[in-house]
Design a protein around this ligand. Structure first.
Ligand code: FRU
Length: 477
């Protein structure tokens, strides 16, 4: 292990037992100590799922990026492993930025962005290049240095996502070209020599100055371009977060253009979902995991010695209209304890407490919209969070209200058509993820309830609401 890596791993060992657990996730992946942002290198290798992540081990703030590492047999129970990359090479001296992993014969190969300044740190001196590191055991990695230099005149050039298709390796990279976001395509025979193969997507007027974390994969009869644009303006209910994450679908063949059929849609509609990355399971499912946080958003857990967490793994599928659906992977059901049916059906200007303490819990809640005339009705978690229907705007709202942390406000989606509104809600110590009508929409946000403020309450205001079906499960640690 290099000195920089032993120092980084030493910092985690020294700090991990001092974490205040009040908001530390029970069943989501988070750093043992220090900072986490994007998921990186999601892959399946040698009998394990691997999740790497952007990591700063020395403090719970963003700093020179390392790659943290965990592995799992089921995408649910994760085992932390030593940090695999530290910013210590000539090409990545200022950070090992986001990237991906592929299995190349008997090796796991990481392709990531080396972030470096030539001289004083400023945009003109910034260079981002793509680097390679390989491993036979999936635990310790050999650095192989730069494999793709920055294109002439470009400074922001990052987040390589590599895959194999036909007889070749392909890579998409996010770029900022004259302040226009772009996704560039490269190809290679050996992961070491890369050749430019054109542009897969480019922002038009209001689509942002930089596209981060591109991913380009087949799903059913469609091709999906998923990316995280910076610089899109909010519009009505849409694009409310500092940066977005979303996708377009269309058609693509090797050597051809990407013909977009479905324009940009947001992946998730909560406050905290960014930089998602996908990978394929051995049984052919396309899974997406995102960072459950947002740049520049307050992170109260920093006071506890850690910051940032990953979303649940979500399986992607396509609706008949060509829209993405995201549903939590079926493996999560293994966490369920005994079912806890809620025997509430009709609510009229009422609030009924159904659970006294929800720390790690899954809830399946169905409302009969045809029999619900209340102005507002839904489920509240403590005093600070709720997921409710607003009948006046005909929207499903996820609201949080933690003024002490500067985290207030709502996100929302249109009420889907049909009489039954079905919600699958995953609550962890500082997160809530809501999956609407079998994945038609999802809303994911960080929440910060006090330990004694975690009761779940069903409520209706100004009228009646009818629960069609409701039950909960405590989820195992
Ligand atoms: C996205 C991102 C990436 C970059 C990484 C740096 O959240 O900005 O573009 O590689 O984070 O930590």
């Amino acid at each position: 292990m290099t000195p920089a890596l032993s120092q980084a791993n030493g910092a985690i060992l020294a700090k991990k037992d001092d974490i205040n657990p009040r908001w530390y996730p029970s069943y989501h992946l988070a750093p043992q100590a220090g900072w986490m942002n994007d998921p990186n290198g999601l892959s399946w290798f040698d009998g394990y799922y691997h999740a790497f992540y952007q990591h700063y081990p020395h403090a719970p703030v963003w700093g020179p990026m390392h790659w943290g590492h965990a592995r799992s047999r089921d995408m649910v129970n994760w085992e932390h492993l030593p940090i695999v990359l530290a910013p210590e090479g000539a090409e990545d001296k200022d950070g090992c930025y986001s990237g991906s992993a592929v299995v190349d014969g008997d090796q796991l190969a990481l392709i990531y962005t080396g972030h470096k300044f030539h001289g004083q740190p400023c945009d003109d001196n910034l260079f981002q290049v793509q680097c390679l590191a390989t491993s036979r055991d999936g635990v310790s990695f050999q650095r192989e240095g730069m494999v793709l230099d920055t294109p002439l005149g470009v400074h922001h050039f990052r987040d390589p996502k590599v895959w194999r298709e036909g007889e070749q390796w392909f890579m998409v990279v996010g770029a900022r070209v004259d302040d226009i976001g772009e996704v560039q395509l490269y190809r290679s025979d050996d992961l070491r020599q890369w050749e430019y193969a054109g542009v897969i997507g480019r922002a038009d007027a209001d689509m942002g100055y930089m596209w981060e974390c591109p991913d380009f994969f087949p799903l059913g009869d469609q091709r999906v371009l998923m990316f995280s644009p910076q610089g899109m303006a909010a519009k009505g209910y849409a694009n409310r977060n500092l940066f977005q994450s979303g996708y377009m679908t269309g058609q693509w063949q090797i050597g051809g253009e990407f013909n977009v059929e479905q324009p940009f849609q947001e992946m998730d509609h909560g406050h905290d979902f960014y930089a998602p990355q996908s990978f394929e399971t051995p049984d052919g499912r396309r899974i997406v995991i995102g960072w459950l946080a947002m740049w520049e958003s307050p992170m109260p857990e920093q006071a506890d010695g850690w910051a940032g967490m990953l979303s649940l793994p979500r399986e992607l599928s396509l609706s008949a209209q060509g829209k993405l659906r995201m549903n939590p992977v079926k493996e999560l059901e293994s966490l369920r304890g005994e079912p806890r049916p809620w025997s509430v059906s009709e609510l009229k200007d009422q609030a009924v407490t159904v659970e006294t303490h929800a720390e790690a819990m899954e809830v399946c809640l169905e409302w009969d919209l045809s029999q619900s005339r209340a102005e507002t009705f839904g489920l509240r978690l403590g005093k600070g969070a709720s997921i409710h229907v607003d009948s006046q705007s005909q929207r499903l709202v996820l609201e949080r209200d933690y003024p002490e942390f500067g985290l207030c406000g709502y996100r929302s989606v249109p009420l889907p058509a049909g009489d039954i509104l079905s919600l699958r809600i995953f609550i962890d110590r500082s997160s809530i993820e809501v999956f609407v009508n079998a994945g038609e929409y999802s809303l994911s946000s960080r929440i910060y309830p006090a330990m004694d403020d975690r009761q779940l309450t069903l409520f209706s205001q100004h009228g009646q609401a009818l629960v069609h079906q409701a039950q909960a499960w405590v989820l195992a640690d």
